[in-house]
Design a protein. Structure first.
Lengths: 723, 151
């Protein structure tokens, strides 16, 4: 972890160090660039978000307002700025931004990391910030040498005046440049002039992540801190009826027992004492809110709700009439489970609440949420709250939540000491906010030419937004539940999407690729079903539905060609294709599988992936994200699903919630298609196509259509029996 | 007092002998490169070497580690071929599981100079990675094996 600095410290440092500092400020109409001196005056009513400093020692420091959780923002965001600055890449350093309204993502008005937005949203502001600084450094050099600015040029962290063979480094110019006005509309490079953007540069955080030095939330050490562990109920809605506080307090090292909204916390000088004390509490828990709830009762409810009328999320043409007239019809029901995020780093937070200051160390995707909650819990003002974003040991949406922070703040407030709260794996898995379980019933109709003319889709799905962003639930429709349905690009003249909201005790949250993680599966599986109903090749069928959509058309052609779609398979038995648009990026994949008829095991041999995210910042990071998303998507497709019993979550650790291991990882090939279109996201879009590509490949291999995830061996065997 | 030999250094810790070695390493001795993932030996994030063998430190009571040579990620030199291969292949994403992956890979290569696919899978199957870096890990292990052969 690079140490974070506050705005005040930053200004002090930059002025004292006489370096050049540029801030980007969020304004209602966009953003504006500020110098450090402008900030100091406090004249600007704006909120800085991303900063760069050119220090006298030539180090260029980029303050990154997005959290590093594996997706590479500590490299890709500095690349964007460094390119426009003409900086020497070797002199680039990065820091994690503190939490403050000033560091909001200008496009979304929040300081957060999610929605595959980091590069998309920060691309323009960071280019401008780099270009402005470059312009100021040029001006400073021209003034120093008393030469026209257009005779000066920037090369690799220096300004040169060729005619007089003079050169000054950015560091040497930084003091003079700091006094200049910040140009608001600096000239930007033509794409062809990029030096770093588009190159597979090595990650700046790689060494720290190879030698164990990277500081994750769980690694934070604060002098005098206590460790906290919480005894929690198993069943949803269950409250403690009694517990043995004295037994816990007798453990050597235990200092406090604190009752919380979520359970009973034990604090101690060592983590082992905290756990021992926790176990000795011997809490008796009351009945849960739905003690009989289990997998079967829940599925019955979901399936039962398919009979309800839903809200219309999209309605093109007249689907009822079209289905009535269709030459051929097919229908299917798909069922998907709740999924755990299972980040490798369990939830944790270290907090120190004092009378006039609060410090928080947290691996978070949601600095704005952290700040807001800390204000509420402590009664302090934002400038009294210091948030240190550490490295995140995986995020995937889980770390957008602030539940662990709320607990840490309450405990620290009660014991008046810094507290490190660590959830055990079991707590993490049983107290997640899961990817919603859901089911869809779909009916499709073909005309006499085998063209898909009608698609009626009803989804029963819990609402994430009702809890997280209720203001974004419009007309009762949860945007996540219908993501990938209401914006489906297939050219189907009669298309109806219906949403039925279901509320269960199981909390739901954002999980990598959100609604697309399940709707990508149902749509791409059912398109495949309709292709077969029409007697057409699944690739040709899709191309025929995308006549006016050149990007996904082209991508499908690329992936088919790279995968050898029309060539015979070697090794594998079946091949499946799928393409999904999510977070502004198109991804198409072909999976090759074989199926063991005896034990029902699906083996995925190879996945070929083509991605079009518009422009490319770092192709190595894109490839890594595609690879990682394919493996996570495959893990969900083949293994994952939370099991519920007796009103709570039964899955508790990696023995009862299996995620893909190395032997399950296929050979993966990634092809980047540079369309030059608007930037799309990269962290999530690689995930949705893999489950349907595999299911379609299983159908291709065996004639068995799997409409339920995960495609566990027993599910496969059962489906084989039925056919 | 329990005396431990970690990365060639002697440490004395005042702790119950039944406390898992992992927590002593991490929170008592502040060597936080070794990670907690599951606590039941199912994820490999806490892998260290005990007398040269890869072990899940969450499953080893600290009392059992007395008198043994313990190596953590911090004890692996920067120029170790496995670390170098991890950098060359740009393996880590979030990075959380990577200390365990590296320790497991080093133990594998110390026993098998040129592990084939099956041996790699056998050795690495217990190390989970939620970011899905498995293909890169395999490439890095093969590279480290090649480099090791050269030297």
């Amino acid at each position: 972890m690079s140490r974070t600095i506050t705005r005040r410290e930053f200004i002090k440092k930059s002025l004292a160090g006489a370096g050049l500092a540029i801030a980007v400020s969020v304004t209602p109409s966009g953003y504006r660039l500020l110098s450090a001196s402008e900030l100091k005056k406090g004249a600007a009513p704006f909120s800085p978000s991303i900063w760069l400093q050119v220090r006298p020692d030539n180090i260029v420091n980029v303050v990154v307002n997005k959290s590093e959780m594996g997706q590479g923002v500590f490299t890709s965001l500095p690349m964007i700025l460094a390119d426009e600055l003409d900086a020497d890449w070797k002199q680039i350093r990065f820091e994690s931004a503190p939490a403050a309204d000033k560091y909001k993502d200008p496009a979304r008005g929040m300081q957060f990391t999610g929605g595959s937005s980091s590069v998309r949203d920060m691309y323009d502001p960071l280019r401008k910030a780099g270009a402005s600084a470059r312009q100021m450094l040029l001006t400073a050099a021209a003034k120093t040498w008393q030469v026209p600015i257009n005779e000066c040029e920037t090369i690799n962290g220096t300004v040169t005046h060729k005619r007089s063979s003079r050169t000054l480094t950015y560091g040497q110019l930084s003091a003079k440049a700091a006094g200049l006005k910040v140009p608001q509309d600096p000239p930007l490079k033509d794409k062809g002039m990029f030096k770093y953007i588009g190159k597979p540069l090595d990650r700046l955080d790689i060494h720290a992540k190879v030698n164990g030095a990277a500081v994750f939330g769980i690694d934070v050490q604060v002098p005098g801190m206590l460790y906290a562990s919480i005894a929690r109920p198993y069943a949803y809605g269950s409250k403690p009826t009694s517990f043995d506080k004295d037994a816990a307090m007798k453990v050597k090292g235990v200092t406090n027992v604190v009752s919380l909204h979520t359970g009973i916390a034990v604090c101690a000088k060592t983590p082992d004492a905290a756990w021992k004390g926790r176990d000795l509490l011997k809490v008796s828990w009351g009945k849960g809110s739905d003690p009989g709830m289990n997998d079967e009762t829940l599925e019955k409810r979901f399936m039962g709700d398919l009979g309800k009328n839903g809200l219309s999320a999209r309605n093109d043409g007249d689907v009822k009439a079209a289905l009535g007239k269709a030459a051929r019809k097919a229908g299917a029901t798909y069922v998907l489970p709740y999924l755990s995020h299972a980040t490798m780093e369990p939830m944790n937070c270290t907090a120190h609440v004092g009378p006039d200051k609060c410090e928080i160390w947290i691996p978070t995707q949601n600095q704005s949420g952290v700040l807001r909650l800390a204000e509420k819990e402590t009664g302090l003002k934002p400038d009294q709250i210091h948030v240190h974003t550490t490295y995140l040991g995986g995020g995937f949406g889980r770390r957008f939540e602030t539940d662990v922070l709320e607990e840490a703040l309450k405990i620290s407030k009660a014991v008046k000491k810094p507290v490190k709260l660590i959830w055990k794996r079991e707590e993490d898995m049983q107290n997640d906010l899961y990817r919603p379980a859901n089911c869809s019933s779909i009916e499709g109709g073909l005309d006499e030419n085998g063209q898909l003319v009608a698609w009626s889709h009803k989804i029963v799905c819990p609402s994430i937004f009702a809890r997280v962003f209720p203001e974004r639930v419009r007309g009762g429709i949860d945007p996540a539940a219908v993501e990938g349905l209401e914006n489906m690009e297939y050219e189907i003249p009669n298309l109806h999407v219906e949403y039925v909201r279901i509320d269960t005790p199981v909390p739901v949250g954002f999980w990598r690729s959100v609604g697309s993680s399940h709707n990508g599966f149902t749509v791409e599986s059912f398109v495949d079903e309709m292709a077969h109903a029409a007697g057409k090749n699944p690739l040709e069928f899709r191309l025929g539905l995308l006549k006016n959509h050149p990007r996904p058309r082209h991508l499908l052609e690329v992936v088919a060609e790279k995968a050898g779609w029309s060539k015979p398979l070697s090794g594998a038995e079946g091949r499946g294709i799928a393409q999904v648009l999510s977070f502004g990026t198109y991804v198409a994949q072909v999976a090759e599988v074989s199926v063991n008829r005896k034990d029902g095991m699906i083996r995925v041999h190879r996945v070929v992936c083509a991605v079009d995210c518009g422009d490319v910042v770092n192709p190595a990071i894109i490839t890594a994200q595609m690879q990682g998303a394919i493996i996570m998507g495959l893990s969900a497709a083949l293994r994952e699903g939370i099991t519920l019993a007796d009103g709570g979550v039964r899955s508790s650790n990696f023995d009862t919630y299996q995620i893909l291991r190395m032997s399950g990882a296929p050979e993966i090939e990634v092809h980047i298609v540079k369309s030059g279109e608007a930037l799309g996201g990269i962290g999530e879009p690689g995930l949705p196509p893999v489950a349907p590509a595999v299911a379609n490949a299983v159908f291709n291999a065996t004639g068995i259509r799997l409409r339920r995830l995960p495609m566990k061996p027993e599910t496969v065997l059962e489906a084989m029996k039925k056919t | 007092m329990i005396h431990l030999d970690i990365n060639g250094k002697r440490h004395a810790v005042d702790v119950n002998p039944d406390v898992p070695l992992l927590w002593v390493i991490r929170e008592h001795l502040k060597l936080t490169g070794t990670k907690f993932g599951c606590g039941i030996g199912m994820c490999g994030s806490c892998t260290v070497h005990i007398d040269g063998k890869a072990q899940r430190s969450c499953q080893v009571p600290v009392g059992d580690a007395r008198g043994k040579k313990i190596t953590t990620i911090e004890g692996i030199p920067e120029d170790h071929p496995v670390k170098k291969a991890w950098v060359r292949k740009q393996v880590p994403q979030c990075g959380y599981c990577q200390s365990g992956q590296i320790m497991q890979a080093i133990a594998l290569l110390s026993e098998e100079r040129e592990p084939d696919e099956e041996k790699i899978l056998n050795a690495m199957e217990g190390n989970l990675c939620r970011c899905g870096t498995y293909p890169s890990i395999k490439r890095a292990i093969r590279l480290a094996a090649r480099e090791g052969r050269k030297s």
